[in-house]
Design a protein around this ligand. Structure first.
Ligand SMILES: NC(=O)C1=CN([C@@H]2O[C@H](COP(=O)(O)OP(=O)(O)OC[C@H]3O[C@@H](n4cnc5c(N)ncnc54)[C@H](O)[C@@H]3O)[C@@H](O)[C@H]2O)C=CC1
Ligand SMILES: CC(C)CC(=O)C(=O)O
Ligand SMILES: [Mg+2]
Length: 370
């Protein structure tokens, strides 16, 4: 039986709560004999800062480098607002992305039929929605230098972040988007702000050149990021694959989450380059949402984004496609049966807690597997 080494980094706030539900799914697949999952757990984010005064330790980084896949919950929260910038909880996640070379973040936004009325938009706008945002994850303004707050001669302060993209960085994320589109509805929308940003001009040129040279069979369109945000809430079904930079991808995917009903619904896969010798790639799987301090500790968090992220690991890291289908079908079925956490429940509709939703998904997997 295939055996995989999985590092779980639950993090802060609702991170540990939703990770516990993935634990149930992992245990089930393990008992079913689908594969052997050797899991380890470590600290990240504020929890790690409290123990070690850093947001991730070198030992945890080494474990992440060695793992077949990393499962990540969420980090951050008001408790750590005063922590020095370089040790803030979010820095641990950024280090993982950068040091593991996870440049491609796939964020699928699927509106399950049962949730078409949970979106704040009209049913006809979101019903059947199935798009993927391909977000560049190791470049752009999150990492560009200089990044600083400097004091000017007149005593005023200036905060500086730098947006930087190279041809190589744009080409490799563009290639991910075009290849993904070929397996889907064959359309890529590339988004930047070339009207005000030099990096946007280069993004547009490099994507167009790549399209012309290698992907002429795929439809390519360009939309400025502000207009794309508007189109996402006007008529999102016009999109198939959206490729964009680190910051725009972060923002646009939170918008896309609300088309599916809740931020608690959106999974993601953060992937590195394939090693040509082994065919393997570094990968981390994380929900799109954060640590949700407003509901943390109350058992209210929706675990579907986290469980969906684990399903993506079954697909992209472990090659267990049937198991991935099983998890995703179980999610769709429990929603169709009317099960709702509070974030996706209609007014007056009964809602279940995090643990009940996780248990119901596993029970449904059991029923489907019979
Ligand atoms: N990947 C990560 O670890 C991320 C961490 N953060 C951090 O999380 C902290 C809180 O950030 P916020 O701006 O509040 O964003 P958030 O994503 O944590 O929460 C935004 C809203 O969505 C709700 N929500 C999020 N996930 C949910 C779930 N699974 N089920 C039900 N409702 C859910 C929350 O209750 C809240 O009302 C900050 O420190 C931020 O930096 C934010 C985004 C990503
Ligand atoms: C570093 C993260 C907190 C940024 C974020 O919001 C995300 O990746 O979705
Ligand atoms: Mg975000």
């Amino acid at each position: 039986m295939a055996s995989f080494n999985v590092l779980m980094l639950p993090g802060d706030g609702i991170g540990p709560e939703v990770m516990a539900e993935v634990g149930k799914v992992v245990d089930f697949l393990d008992k079913q004999g689908v594969a052997r999952f050797e899991t380890e757990t470590d600290l990240v984010g504020g929890a790690c800062y409290d123990a070690h005064k850093v947001s991730i330790t070198d030992a945890a980084m080494a474990r992440a480098q060695a793992a077949d896949a990393v499962l990540f919950g969420a980090v951050g929260g008001p408790k750590w607002d005063a922590v020095p910038y370089d040790a803030r909880p979010e820095a641990g996640l950024l280090r993982l992305r950068k040091d593991l070379g996870l440049f491609a973040n796939l964020r699928p936004a699927i509106c399950y039929p049962a949730l078409a009325d949970a979106s704040s938009l009209k049913r006809e706008v979101v019903e059947g929605l199935d798009i993927v945002i391909v977000r560049e994850l190791t470049g752009g303004v999150y990492f560009g230098e200089p990044k600083e707050i400097v004091t000017l001669e007149n005593g005023e302060k200036r905060g500086v972040d730098t947006q930087v993209y190279t041809t190589h960085e744009i080409e490799r994320i563009g290639r991910v988007a075009f290849e993904l589109a070929r397996k889907r509805r064959n359309k890529v929308t590339s988004s930047e702000k070339r009207n005000v940003m030099k990096s946007g001009v280069l993004w547009n040129q490099v994507t167009s050149a790549l399209h012309k040279a290698e992907f002429g069979d795929v439809e390519l369109e360009h939309q400025l990021a502000d207009a794309l945000a508007m189109q996402l809430v006007r008529w999102p079904k016009q999109f198939d694959v959206i490729v964009t930079d680190n910051l725009f991808g972060d923002i646009l995917s939170d918008i896309a989450a609300m088309l599916t009903g809740s931020l608690g619904m959106l999974p993601s896969a953060s992937l590195g380059a394939e090693d040509p010798a082994t065919g393997k790639r570094k990968a981390l799987y994380e929900p799109v949402h954060g640590s949700a301090p407003d509901i943390a500790g109350k058992g209210l968090a929706n675990p579907i984004a986290m469980i969906g992220s684990f399903a993506m690991s079954l697909r992209y890291s472990f090659g267990l496609l049937e198991a991935a289908d099983l998890v995703e079908t179980a999610i769709a079925n429990v929603l169709a049966q009317g099960l709702r956490t509070k974030d996706i429940a209609a007014a007056g509709q009964n809602a279940v807690g995090t643990g009940e939703m996780g248990a119901a998904i596993v029970k449904e997997m059991q029923a489907l597997a019979r």
